[in-house]
Design a protein. Sequence first.
Length: 207
Amino acid sequence: MIVTKVESCTKTKFKVDLDGAFAFVLYKGELSKFGLQEGAEIPEETVEKIRNEVILKRAKLRAMHLLEDMDRTEAALREKLRQGLYPSDIVDAAVAYVKSFGYLNDERYAENFVRSRQGTKSRQEIRAALMQKGLTSEQISRAFEACSDCGETDGEAAAVRNILRKKRFDPETADEAGLQKIYAYLGRKGFRYDTVRQVIQNYNMDA
């Protein structure tokens, strides 16, 4: 294989193209160690050694670090690794590695996400947020089912009550315009009319 390009992407890291296609990113010292310079011919055994002993090892450590930093979905982890310019097959291997230890679990992530937000967000808002994180509609629905111990309606009602408290909104003293405004606000956030109506009709600011 021929090194067709060595291009700086930071002060210490360089993108390496082999036979006209992007191969991997290496540090300056690694370029010297493996004799990588433009125009040089590199044996396939050396390329595989770099991929397995340097790039794959680095990707695994990076994946572990990203999950230690915060829980993530598989899609989010893959995106972070792609941003680090790891080749797609290396990304696949790094993801499989962390999954084998149970560090990456979309079902668990979705359930934890739903439970932590049931009392503050509408079902629609939670679903939209999880979709943005790369989860499927089926995964999200299963998460809601798994977290139904407090009841879907109860969770949304609690979220509505929390919002009303934060806004210091008292339905008993509000005029018609104020009521219409709060209904519209909660509707835009995805809360169902029936849930909002029941909370407002039975609302107690001191509760």
